[in-house]
Design a protein around this ligand. Structure first.
Ligand code: NAD
Length: 354
């Protein structure tokens, strides 16, 4: 019979309780308890049927606990992770794993010393919109992709309490930025050659309420990654250009399309159109026969689910889908983006990727 792993959630807030919900049906991971510093969250945990541990020490001294899942604000991830690993527990940690890359390096060292697994929940590698773009990129469905725009736009400002505070690892670059950059680096197998960025502080917080980062990769691809929290009109989630066409995905419902050049017809010079107070041939839309509009490709996810992969990594030392070296590279990129924005400089030669 397959082994059942007992898991305790540290931080039973938005994401902690979401994990509990997702794990309800899991065959091999069972949530057995939680800890939280707030009484109302402890009550919520009891109401949901999970034991409440008095302290982290109580969790770590319980030999029946195999995995600790950290879903607290970002500033305490490191301390909890290192304490749990030193107690020989496996650890799943929410993103951003730590605020600084050096802290992740410390955690990786301690995980290795204790021969325990440390896995970061970069769940947006499994997002359908991302996997659709990855298929377009990998299978060259619009030719060679040379430019990618990846955006999320909201109009609700920075949510919650701790996300407004620098000391707790708040701000949008560390929040949504870590997802969008992780997706991009997971997809593009090439070294980043330069970064430029600007951060937005229009809401008056001490942390960024959004950002734009411009990346150039050695393979010639460029990317604009943008997060906004004051966007009352949203731009599409993805806009991608290739040598033979363009693709767009509007939102998480995966509405969008691919438009490619029709290679089967002779190219006819476009006719000038009236544009404002002038004429243009350059910006005239292509004739109907010059293009082919297609649906986005269907994707069958071939990667193991996050939790199944955690079990495989713990049980058989399988390769993690989310590798700590990849998470480290994303954190180093985030540090470079902060630096590029602060100095208003293009930063080159920082990426060690081979
Ligand atoms: P939240 O504020 O809703 O919940 C955090 C909980 O941790 C709170 O209940 C708080 O009382 C508790 N807490 C704080 N310090 C603690 C400590 N020392 N010990 C135990 N409990 C403690 O925040 P959230 O939105 O759930 O975010 C939690 C983590 O999850 C963050 O790292 C965040 O970036 C991440 N997150 C990830 C995703 C994702 O898609 N992967 C989505 C949202 C949040």
């Amino acid at each position: 019979m397959a082994r059942i792993y007992h898991l305790v959630i540290v931080g039973y807030g938005g994401m902690g309780s979401y994990h509990a919900k997702l794990l309800k049906e899991h065959q091999q991971i069972r949530v057995v308890g939680t800890i939280d510093v707030l009484e109302e969250k402890r009550e919520a945990s009891l109401a949901d049927g999970y034991k409440v541990y008095e302290s982290l020490t109580a969790v770590l001294s319980d030999p029946s606990v195999d995995i600790v899942l950290i879903a607290t604000p970002n500033d305490v991830h490191k301390e909890i992770a290192i304490t749990a690993l030193n107690a020989k527990k496996h650890v799943i940690c929410e993103k951003p794993v730590t605020i600084y890359s050096e802290d992740l390096e410390d955690i990786m060292r301690v995980a290795e010393e204790n021969d325990c697994q440390f896995i970061v929940h970069q769940n947006r590698r499994w997002d359908k919109d991302f996997l659709t773009i990855k298929k377009i990129y990998d299978d060259q469905l619009i030719g060679n992709v040379f430019h990618i725009e990846s955006r999320v736009h909201g109009a609700n400002g920075i949510p919650g309490d701790w996300r407004h505070l620098k000391a707790q690892g708040g701000g949008m670059l560390l929040d949504w930025g870590v997802h969008l950059l992780d997706q991009l680096l997971f997809m593009i197998d090439s070294r980043i050659t330069s970064v430029h960025a600007n951060l937005s502080f229009v809401l008056g917080d001490e942390v960024d309420d959004g950002f734009q980062a411009f990346l150039t990769f050695e393979n010639g691809c460029t990317a604009l990654v943008e997060v906004g929290t004051t966007n009352f009109i949203q731009l599409p989630r993805w806009y991608v250009k290739g040598t033979r066409g363009t693709s767009i995905i509007n939102d998480w419902s995966i509405s969008g399309k691919i438009v490619t050049q029709n290679l089967g017809v002779e190219v006819v010079a476009p006719k000038p159109i009236q544009a404002g107070q002038g004429l243009t041939k350059t910006m005239a839309p292509p004739s109907e026969t010059a293009i082919i509009t297609s649906n986005l490709p269907e994707i069958e996810s071939t990667i193991e689910s996050f939790y199944d992969n955690v079990v495989s990594v713990i049980t058989e030392k399988a390769e993690p889908v989310v590798k700590n070296t990849e998470v480290l590279r994303v954190l180093q990129l985030i540090e470079t983006i902060f630096k590029a924005a602060e100095k208003n400089e293009v930063i080159k030669d920082f990426d060690q990727y081979k």
